[in-house]
Structure formats: structure tokens, C-alpha cells
Design a protein around this ligand. Structure first.
Ligand SMILES: *Cc1c(COP(=O)(O)O)cnc(C)c1O
Length: 389
């Protein structure tokens, strides 16, 4: 990237990360056990309000293990929003299952409980203890809400729906580390909750993920599955496992990042507040939604460009690039991507109307006020509506 280019979202790595990485080298603990893995898992569990955490190699692996451990298997359907990063759907596919796409709420960008309820009412019936999707004859196994931008979905309602129908509830909380829901920590709102520590998330381990949950035995089983289901050092394994463990090197970076999580969350929210204030009087644009049940993590900041007379998002991104600013569209709905065109889907009107209007703007935790002002001052004139246009 050019010297003075302002990037969209880059990691914020400091001295402490270097010290902990050096400790891994000095202690000769670089692989998948070590004190940083244990410490990182303990800290994640404490932050999430859960009895345990299993640190793994990516958010996608964490989702795959969570679904697998809750019994999602070949032929099953998992209810998931189409408005998500494709990894949510891929994890379902890795189980041999298929996503069943349901729409989001306009005011939270998360899975609509009303739409889920209606989809289940209209399309399923209970046959011999199984909840069956009538159009395909497949079993419905789980609901997977996505905490878009770090905003928790309507988990009180989704939890009640899951209980009523006997469905597993796995939360894709990839970018929601450190948030609360109605005053409760984020990890207690679903059977299992998954984080990602990819390079562009609020905290990073280079690449990594974790599963947390209130059921200690279940989290322990996930840890077991992630480590080739090994039951003794003598090559004894009790089921088909995975090699999905996080390394001590990755966890060392994670522990250093965790020390700065409050600072990073404050920075993300401050960036959001400054963009929202700067564009509050700009006709035709709206801020990203704010949850009413507790502040979100605001992994990404940006605007909804909602006036046909304004330039499109792609055009705005190209023009910002000329100003040395990296801006990007947000998730393209998954149901339109080639691998998922045949998957069952309900009406996705909110998803389809929304996604092309979103522009994400620079929001690294290291972004300075001066840099953010440069973004604002560059973008503002591009959003000026001309009279008689
Ligand atoms: C980042 C992300 C993932 C995938 O995590 P990886 O660590 O990149 O595998 C899954 N779901 C959502 C919503 C994400 O934002």
C-alpha cells in the first residue's frame, strides 16, 4: 500500500506481541500446547461468561466444530442469514449440511426472528421426532445467527424458537468479542458461540478462532475434537477428530491483543461516533444501525448510501482510492454466490435492498483523528446532492 494510503482495517500490533512471541521461542513452545494457549482460552472464557473456551486455527474451523459437535451432519439444513461472510455458509457445508437462508432485520442487520418463525411455520413439519423441511425432505438441525458488525442478534427470541423446535443454536460472533447482550456476557446467549481472530477483526492472532459456551463438557469435547480426538499420548483416538488447534505462537499474539481489547473497542466505537456525527446532516446517507440491547463492537464503520442520485458505492470507493483512502463495499449476499445458488432460501428482501448501499470506511484501531478527518473531508463533497439533479 502507498506510503500515505489510509487502509480499511489493519492489525494493531505492539511491543507486547513481540515480547510474548520471543517468549515462545525462548521457551521452545511454538506448537499447539503451551501457556499462552491455556491463558488465552481462560481469558476468552472469562470475557464470554462461559465455563470454557477452545482456541482453534480459524473462525471457520470454530464454526465447523461447533456445528459438528451439536450433531449437524450430512443432509441437514441450518438456518442462517444470507447477509454474512461466506465462511458462515462454508462451515455448514463442511458438515455435509446446507444453509437455509432467511432474511435479516433492517434495524440490526442480524437474523430476523420473525422471519425464522414464519419460515419454520410455513415450511416444516415434525415427522417421527424430526423437524423436516417439507420442500426438500431434509432435517432442520440448527439456527446460526450472525452478530453482524459485532451486534448481537435478537437472542431472546431466537433462543425461544430454538428451544420450541429442538434446534441447536450456534452464534457466529466472529467480530463480536467484548460485547454484551441485555447486560449479559456474549457467550451465554447460544449453545455455542464462535469468534474469529483473522487479521482484520478487532483483535487478531494472525489467523485463529475460538468456540465458547456455557456447557463445560461440550466445550471440552470441542477441544478434544480439535486435537484429533486423542485420549492418550500412545496414539489412542476415540472418534474421527480434526487437526484444528491454535498454536502457542498465535495464542501469544492473542494474549497481548487481549490486554488491549478495552482500548480497541473504545477506538472502534469512537471511530463510529465520529463518522456518524460527521455525516448526520448529509441527505441521502444513513449511519450503520446501533443495537438497543447494549453497545456493539463496531468491527467496521461506514455509511448506508441510500439515494439513487448519489454515486454508487463502487464509484465512491474508486474516487476515494484516488484520494489515498481504502474504502470497500460490504458482504455480497451468500445466496447469489455460485456454490449456494441451489440452497433453500426464503424471501430476502431486506438483504437484497441493503447490501449494495453499504460502504465501509477506514476503521483501524490505530486510525488517528487527522486521518479520519481526511476520510470525512474527501468523502463529503462526493455526497453533495445538487439541486435539480
Ligand atoms: C471473519 C468472519 C468469519 C470467518 O472467520 P475466519 O477466521 O476468517 O475463518 C466467519 N463469519 C463472519 C461473520 C466473519 O466476519
Amino acid at each position: 500500500m502507498a506510503e500515505n494510503m489510509i487502509p480499511l482495517a489493519i492489525p494493531n500490533i505492539g511491543k507486547r506481541e513481540g515480547e510474548y512471541l520471543q517468549a515462545c521461542v525462548n521457551e521452545n513452545y511454538v506448537s499447539s500446547v503451551g501457556r499462552f494457549v491455556t491463558r488465552f482460552e481462560d481469558e476468552l472464557a472469562a470475557l464470554s461468561g462461559t465455563q470454557g473456551a477452545a482456541a482453534v486455527g480459524s473462525g471457520t474451523q470454530a464454526l465447523h466444530l461447533a456445528l459438528h459437535a451439536l450433531g449437524v451432519g450430512p443432509g441437514d439444513l441450518v438456518i442462517v442469514p444470507s447477509f454474512t461472510f461466506i465462511a458462515s455458509a462454508n462451515a455448514i457445508s463442511h458438515c455435509g449440511a446446507s444453509p437455509w437462508f432467511v432474511d435479516i432485520e433492517e434495524d440490526s442487520w442480524t437474523l430476523s426472528a420473525a422471519a425464522v418463525e414464519e419460515a419454520l411455520r410455513a415450511r416444516t413439519e415434525r415427522i417421527g421426532g424430526r423437524l423436516v423441511h417439507r420442500p426438500t425432505g431434509r432435517r432442520v438441525a440448527a439456527i446460526m445467527p450472525v452478530y453482524t458488525l459485532g451486534t448481537v442478534a435478537a437472542m431472546d427470541r431466537l433462543g425461544a424458537i430454538a428451544r420450541t423446535h429442538g434446534l441447536a443454536l450456534v452464534a457466529d460472533a466472529a467480530a463480536a468479542i467484548g460485547v454484551t447482550y441485555q447486560g449479559r456476557p456474549v457467550g451465554v446467549c447460544a449453545d455455542l458461540t464462535v469468534y474469529s481472530f483473522n487479521g482484520n477483526k478487532t483483535i487478531t492472532t494472525g489467523g485463529g478462532g475460538a468456540v465458547v459456551g456455557p456447557d463445560a463438557a461440550l466445550v471440552k469435547r470441542i477441544k478434544h475434537l480439535s486435537s484429533t480426538a486423542r485420549i492418550s499420548p500412545d496414539y489412542d483416538h476415540d472418534e474421527v477428530g480434526f487437526n484444528y488447534r491454535m498454536t502457542n505462537i498465535e495464542a501469544a499474539v492473542g494474549c497481548a491483543q487481549m490486554e488491549r481489547l478495552p482500548e480497541f473497542l473504545a477506538a472502534k466505537r469512537r471511530i463510529r461516533d465520529r463518522y456518524d456525527a460527521a455525516f448526520s446532516d448529509t441527505p441521502g446517507v444513513r449511519p450503520f444501525p446501533r443495537p438497543s440491547h447494549g453497545d456493539g463492537a463496531f468491527w467496521f464503520s461506514g455509511l448506508i448510501v441510500d439515494d439513487a442520485r448519489l454515486p454508487g458505492v463502487k464509484d465512491l470507493c474508486a474516487r476515494l482510492k484516488e484520494h489515498g483512502i481504502e474504502a470497500r463495499p460490504f458482504w455480497k449476499p451468500v445466496h447469489g454466490q455460485p456454490p449456494y445458488r441451489g440452497a433453500p432460501a426464503e424471501a430476502l428482501g431486506v438483504t437484497e435492498a441493503l447490501w449494495a448501499k453499504i460502504i465501509t470506511l477506514p476503521c483501524s484501531t490505530s486510525l488517528t483523528d487527522a486521518e479520519q478527518d481526511r476520510v470525512i473531508d474527501s468523502l463529503k463533497p462526493m455526497l453533495a446532492l445538487q439541486e435539480n439533479q
